[in-house]
Design a protein. Structure first.
Length: 476
């Protein structure tokens, strides 16, 4: 921190009127608890450039830190007049509402900002040029990696640390960063290796134990995960996210009371943390409290709109609560971010169907299946829709039967789901004998794998219909 402040001070001696530098210095001061010094810095930035939202937001945060909610509200009003694009302003305004006891108003405010990005950008062309130019040294590596991870390019972030580790393979910080990037890339095994290397050199590195715990958790090694998370907290009790992760682990392993205590405490301590809200929401959903889970998913999205997993789970919760139009909006953002997200495409199709927007639902799943022609799950969903849609002019049993037959003959005949789709398609074109045969085959496979499956009951009901000469009809 001191090194960063010194670097900014030197830069300001060269460019004293470059407002983004002044704002960044203010951010570091505020994070370090130097409220008045930070306030002076933000005020100086405003004098240089009154249009910088982050400068006014900094003043608002200083006011909130000193309990001056009226002054904070004034600064936030100025932020709003400048046209913010993130949920940060709403998040700060929600703090004021919570202090007034208006939890419902705070939640509504955060939900209204759910479609916005996580952070308000700070226009800083000099910094951008420096970061994305080739550089060396820990600061450049860390910033480059952070931006790559935030952009969903965690594999490239791993490459940054691989290069750095060539010269210093035993450096604990470099190994920690490599572990963090590996975990973000879905490479929990690599993450564990590098977190352990960091701990081997620096056994007091709490954040490495915290990372090790989450990596073990991703690998399904609950006992090791719990031990690592508790060790991290013994070294640094103020690791809020780590306490939340421990709480999630405890809830998932049947220790609901202790786990929920951790999760609730973390949300109160860091209400602007999307991860805190997301972890609590997942636990609440697991425990069957869908209403509260939906609120916290919404708050997670409001704080960090770019985190697509939170947005996807929010959409699922909205759909389970029969708020289908709102669910559609969330799934559309997820699909727009990455059209290859199969689960998002399928859930978007289903939510559109439940809204009565059947033609849009068909076009959505057809487009996804055509974009990924080798994906049997998307193909199965499309041909199920074409076989069972309630709207007659959207059904196409001939197309569905042709492709469903090819899908099964290509290896899907071992899947009760694909045989079930084929049966529905055959029934749609009037071949009830064929539908009965395929449905009975599907039942045998379901019974072999799980005799109590709800899927078996559903297939039995459809089979009964086929025996009566009735094709299956269903909302998406």
């Amino acid at each position: 921190r001191q090194q960063a402040l010194l670097s900014y001070q030197r830069a300001l001696e060269i460019s004293p009127s470059y407002a983004p530098l002044v704002v960044r210095r203010g951010m570091i001061l505020l994070a370090g608890g130097e409220i008045e010094t930070a306030r002076v810095a933000f005020a100086g930035a405003v004098e240089i450039d009154d249009t910088l939202i982050q400068a006014h937001l900094g003043l608002a945060r200083c006011a909130l830190a000193t309990g001056d909610d009226a002054a904070a509200a004034g600064h936030l009003d100025r932020c709003q007049s400048l046209g913010p694009t993130s949920g940060e302003i709403a998040s700060a305004q929600a703090v004021i509402l919570r202090r007034k006891g208006d939890e419902e108003g705070a939640a509504a405010l955060l939900e209204s900002a759910a479609s916005r990005r996580a952070k308000e950008p700070l226009p800083d062309p000099l910094r951008d040029t420096a970061i994305f130019s080739e550089g060396v040294g820990p600061q450049w590596w860390r910033e480059r990696s952070r931006r790559l991870v935030a952009a969903g390019r965690a594999k490239e972030a791993m490459s940054v640390w691989i290069r750095a580790l060539r010269d210093s393979p035993d450096d604990p910080e470099l190994n920690y960063q490599m572990g963090f990037a590996s975990e973000a890339a879905g490479e929990a095994g690599y993450a564990i290796v590098h977190y352990q290397k960091a701990i081997g050199v620096d056994p007091q590195m709490a954040k490495a134990f915290a990372g090790l715990g989450t990596a073990y958790s991703r690998q399904g090694e609950g006992d090791k995960a719990e031990a690592a998370l508790r060790k991290a907290l013994s070294l640094s009790p103020d690791l809020h996210l780590t306490r939340g992760n421990l709480g999630s682990l405890l809830v998932s392993t049947g220790r609901e009371e202790e786990g929920m205590q951790y999760l609730e405490e973390v949300v109160k301590e860091v209400p602007d943390s999307s991860d805190a809200h997301f972890n609590l929401a997942m636990a609440l959903k697991l425990l069957g409290d869908l209403k509260r889970a939906t609120v916290h998913f919404g708050q997670a999205v409001a704080v960090s709109p770019s985190k697509m997993r939170g947005r996807f789970e929010y959409g699922i919760a909205l759909a389970e609560g029969f708020r289908f139009e709102e669910a559609v909006a969330q799934f559309q953002v997820v699909v727009g971010d990455n059209p290859k997200r199969v689960a998002a495409q399928i859930n978007l199709m289903r939510a559109l169907g439940r809204c009565g927007r059947l033609e849009e639902a068909r076009d959505t799943i057809r487009g996804a299946a055509e974009e990924q022609p080798g994906n049997p799950r998307l193909a199965g969903e499309l041909y199920w829709f074409l076989s069972t849609c309630l709207q007659e002019d959207l059904r196409n049993g001939v197309e569905a039967e042709d492709i469903a037959a090819k899908l099964c003959k290509a290896g899907g005949d071992a899947s009760p789901r694909y045989l079930d789709v084929w049966a529905a398609a055959l029934a749609e074109i009037g071949d009830f004998d064929g539908a009965i045969e395929r449905a009975e085959q599907a039942l045998l496979l379901v019974e072999d794998s799980d005799g109590t499956s709800s899927a078996r009951t559903e297939i039995e009901l459809r089979l009964a219909g086929y025996r009566l000469g009735e094709p299956h009809r269903q909302e998406p």
